[in-house]
Design a protein around this ligand. Structure first.
Ligand code: FMN
Length: 211
């Protein structure tokens, strides 16, 4: 079968879709995101905290990968990674990111854009120490996304020795402070509902987008 035929036959959304009435949405996108996240968990959406983070490199070219959302509050959406990874280096050069969540079982997408700030040394260290010992050893034993020359296991074993006393100079919690957050709810007749919040002074302006 040709890829095109295979792709055309694939359904995207489930038969039952959750209704979304933007006129009842809260004033803050953080509150709406928290509501959507909570119902995604209740509805059994797999890994609703997995999010695609897009960054741009030094040539202005985009790159994207999935990370885990670690926290969310009025400051923004936080994830953690190595500052020496490609995405960490991108964020140092261009401290802006886009986040995209796709929750297929409920036909929902959330898009976030905004400037990114690294956490304090204390925040970064606290997050690092909450990680599994092997995950910590991997951060210390090599640089994320470097080509592996060999001996990963041996390097990890070396770092595991005394791991409880070791911190990382590179593990970083990055927070995306949203300038805009768009909530997208699928509709079977393609009249998708799109509500975008735009930061405006101390609060948020809301607008409905053409599907
Ligand atoms: C479900 C999932 C969750 C992930 N979570 C993280 C994460 O929280 N932090 C991280 O650095 N990489 C995470 N990764 C790996 C990244 O997608 C990526 O491979 C890695 O961070 C290197 O990205 P970079 O080369 O663009 O810096 C995750 C991958 C998947 C599939």
């Amino acid at each position: 079968m040709k890829a095109r035929d295979l792709l055309r036959g694939l359904p995207v959304f489930p038969d039952e879709l959750t209704p979304f009435d933007p006129s009842h949405a809260p004033d803050s996108p953080i509150d709406l995101f928290t509501q959507w996240l909570s119902s995604a968990v209740d509805d059994g959406v797999p890994a609703p905290h997995a999010v695609t983070v897009s960054t741009v490199d030094e040539d202005g070219h985009p790159d994207a990968r999935v990370v885990i959302l670690k926290d969310l509050d009025e400051r923004g959406f936080s994830f953690a990674t190595s500052s020496e990874s490609p995405k960490g280096r991108h964020l140092q050069g261009t401290p802006f990111a886009a986040l995209s969540f796709f929750w297929q079982p409920v036909g929902r997408q959330v898009r976030v854009r905004g400037p990114v700030t690294p956490g304090s040394a204390e925040e970064n260290d606290a997050d690092f120490r909450r990680r599994h010992p092997t995950a910590r050893a991997l951060v210390l034993a090599g640089r994320q996304s470097d080509v592996v020359g060999g001996g990963v296991d041996a390097a990890v074993e070396r770092e595991l020795d005394g791991i409880e006393d070791k911190g990382s100079a590179t593990w970083t919690v990055y927070t995306v402070a949203p300038d805009s957050v768009e909530f997208w709810q699928a509709d079977h007749e393609r009249r998708h509902t799109r509500l975008r919040y735009i930061r405006s002074g101390e609060g948020w302006r809301r607008e409905i987008l053409w599907p």
